[in-house]
Design a protein around this ligand. Sequence first.
Ligand SMILES: *Cc1c(COP(=O)(O)O)cnc(C)c1O
Length: 391
Amino acid sequence: MNKIINKADKVIAKTYNRFPIVITKGKGCTLWDNHGRSYTDFVAGIAVCNLGHAHPGVSKALSDQASALVHVSNLYYTVPQVELASWLVENSFADRVFFCNSGAEANEAAIKLARKYHNDNGDFSRNRIIAMGKSFHGRTMATLSATGQDKIRHGFEPLLEGFDFVEFNDIKSLQNKIGASTCAVLIEPIQGEGGVRCPDPEYLKTVRQICNDTGVLLIFDEIQTGMGRTGVLFAHEHFGIEPDIMTLAKALANGLPIGAMLAKEDIAEAFGPGSHASTFGGTPIITAASLEVVKTLVEEKIIDNCREVGAYFKEKLFWLKNRHESILDVRGLGLLLGIKLKTEGAPVVTKCMEKGFLINCIQENILRFIPPLIISKDEIDSLVVCLDEIL
Ligand SMILES: *Cc1c(COP(=O)(O)O)cnc(C)c1O
């Protein structure tokens, strides 16, 4: 077998069931393993590498910044961090940005900010967060306590207190749970890990209204759905509403570790000096790369491509569904797409890999397609032919 894989199996924590390939190189939507085999990438580092691999602009921004300044503490100002925060503020509902290093950390910041906001207002008992069934918010103690999936929580008890759960896309369930001790509602506008689950068109609008009526903050976890993935910059734009707080990570720097928590001014005020911090958060090397990523999204009309090829891809998936009884459902928006199978998805993923395509399976029987947003119709056609054969 492969020497690297043998070595890895001895020294790396066993937290992932890895596929037996060693990836050494990437370009655009193609990856190569250490035997020179190529794969078309419909995983993109799990919705991370939206601009594809080895993007020349991002590589240049990284190397330029690496030779100028990699890191200083947030005790000082740095140019890339300020520029990136300005871009995010100009292109979202938010007024201020807190930078950190991952999605889980961004959600931690959001949970802390929501509690601090009510605390500063003297509402000391408003400290409970309502999250959704089948949600995913991360693997730290607070974010797994906010995650509505037993398989992620099990074995780590006692979990953190102060989290309540309701059914996603079910207004009644939210109305029954929300109360005087509710601090915030935490939702992914489209559930990613939970199975590419889209809400009914009016659901999030109604949630927004309920939050307004009850003085509860609305937090959108757009870690997976943000940065153009669903065909608009942030998925909540599809639904004509805005949150009070939003979290980002995954695609924000196209593969470099970054997280961000964005909030409106009156809420962001609750984070004063000393209330929250991160050593690496917003460090120049990462924010310089991220700034290049967001500029490229606009300049190269990446989100327009996502919308166009995403619609094309979804049509093709419906075409497959018509041909194969094993497909129960086609779901998703933009290039966050999924098909629900009658049977387990894992064998399909393995066969796709053997034929040179990387795809992903979640919740046992849902195949998820989250390619770079620069994917072409030709590449989609090739995958669809491959799936047609396998199914
Ligand atoms: C991936 C993900 C997270 C966790 O992000 P990490 O960077 O792995 O901590 C949180 N929420 C959602 C919706 C995600 O998709």
